[in-house]
Design a protein around this ligand. Structure first.
Ligand SMILES: [Zn+2]
Ligand SMILES: [Zn+2]
Length: 124
């Protein structure tokens, strides 16, 4: 059986507000130990670290409270679970989505639409 070791991640840039979609290869991660996701504006939006292929940690600079938040994952769970919504513990705002890459994309796009609608409402 082919085993997909890529997980999807969506996170918003704290600098320019752009939604960044990314694929993280757990296979490559377990070899290099660390993986940084950067926005096109050069801001680091997510740092993924792993010392073995069983688990990994994600550090996300929070767009809301401007602190770094740490999330721990079990690799197997991250690959088989649907989408994990990472929220800021201080504000409860959703700051990132991690999990199955197709679903992450769907959730992130829906979230983006909701946010856009909210912005539209606020502007009227
Ligand atoms: Zn940016
Ligand atoms: Zn926060």
């Amino acid at each position: 059986m082919l085993f997909d070791t890529n997980i999807g991640a969506a996170v918003r840039c704290t600098n320019c507000g752009k939604l960044i979609m990314n694929e993280i290869s757990l296979f490559n991660l377990s070899r290099s130990g660390m993986y940084e996701v950067k926005c096109s504006c050069d801001r680091t939006v997510m740092t993924v670290k792993s010392s073995n292929c069983k688990s990994f940690r994600i550090y996300i600079p929070c767009i809301v409270c401007e602190k770094d938040h740490l999330y721990m994952f079990d690799s197997r769970q991250a690959l088989t679970q649907k989408v994990k919504i990472l929220s800021c513990p201080a504000s409860q705002m959703d700051i990132a989505f991690v999990g199955n890459k197709t679903l992450v994309e769907e959730v992130a796009q829906k979230h983006e639409r909701d946010l856009q609608e909210l912005i539209n409402v606020l502007e009227i």
